[in-house]
Write a protein of this length. Structure first.
Lengths: 139, 139, 139, 139
């Protein structure tokens, strides 16, 4: 059985838009924070430490998708449950489910890579093979 | 041939994250702004006017997905090209392509509805059939 | 002695900018959330309820200021301590102190009003005298 | 007479909050972007280039203040006029005025430093004396 982590937050007024509901881009912000909280919960060092020690700038996105099932508004307590559902050679898939109580609000999936600065094009980033020690920490 | 609109913006310092590249949630923010600019370009009134005149609070998301192909950083000039690729009974599909010059950075798709406050549950929203006049303005 | 409330949050990766530190605009976002948490802690209803029952759209800003003393980065646990330091006829002054452990990061002050839609200019907002019941809840 | 620069933007739906007006933290985001646009207009290299060539990570804030005079909403075209009103030994003062047409919406002031990573505490930043060449470019 794979690890999971739950990130809790409360919807702020500034997270909501003139339709009185969470602005949808913020769900991806919470996915991203939940991704970090997942790695932290597995004992993986913060990106800045991985950057200093190994040149890994973080885990940028290859693709992301979400399905919006119920809206939320400010004051709501929400929980983001995160698991890694697949490890590939140079990427991995994260699944996030956002709930308010028992109600599922959003389900989403992110495909991410571990990236370093591209040595040939310092303005670009480049995927590296999944570091086995990071994978082992998360399983 | 369907209408398209191009929304231009410049990446700000605050749009970027500690990896020095655009924080990915911001691409969805730009999709959303490009959606509005698309409707404005078609002569559809702003949501607040549709809300006052017809109770339509806006065009919330059913689902959204993006594929991240190249990164961008602050100072970059980017352009979001938006088209509606499909009209369904109660939803429509928008396609966005974000470019910096000729380089495609991100491709994405949003499925949206037109929503009103649910008369039975004022805290919720409810899809209505696509208003024919709005559809006609966009074709 | 006046009431105070402490709002706790953890700095997210997406709260930080390419200088690896919190983007300064986010401190004002946290001031705003701390303002809401303060009123909630005093039993004042959420803005949407005040809007429905009394037409009060919220507590918009007249001015805001902050002094930045130490930087913070993602992963840091921070606490925002909020008090109301002055009640005037149509405005009030909120003071926020943001700390990480014992280190003060930011001190700030907001002057806010309680606002309704201006009956003469529905696109504008208008200050009302401080509602005595709201003030009483906060003292 | 000192230089000034005007940064133009259009208020997005996602810049606004449930009160239907710009969330106030976003004015500081625009101050920050206007700050960068000001330096770019003076020929000062982007922070990432100053970082690589001289270790200057950017121009973080010492303090910031704003006075909110009129609200704005999505679709509004706004212009931020930026000047440097004072140079001190290790800091400088920027003034921003945000207008919609002839209407002043917000006036603000930022005190900033030029910062490097603190050699003694790599997690911290440290002010340096104002680089004379940068100052000369801006006058």
């Amino acid at each position: 059985m794979s690890r999971s982590n739950v990130y809790h937050t409360r919807v702020a007024f500034s997270d909501c838009d003139p339709a009185q509901i969470v602005f949808y881009g913020n769900y991806f912000k919470w996915f991203d924070t939940a991704c970090f909280e997942f790695f932290w919960s597995c004992g993986v060092p913060a990106w800045r430490e991985l950057n200093e020690s190994r040149g890994i700038i973080g885990a940028p996105l290859v693709n992301a998708a979400a399905k919006f099932m119920n809206s939320a508004t400010y004051g709501d307590h929400i929980a983001v449950e995160t698991t890694i559902t697949e490890w590939r050679g140079k990427s991995f898939v994260m699944r996030h489910v956002i709930r308010r109580g028992d109600t599922v609000l959003v389900e989403g999936e992110e495909t991410r890579i571990f990236a370093i600065k591209d040595p040939d094009h310092p303005e670009r980033i480049k995927a590296i093979p999944i570091p086995p020690d990071i994978r082992a920490s998360c399983e």
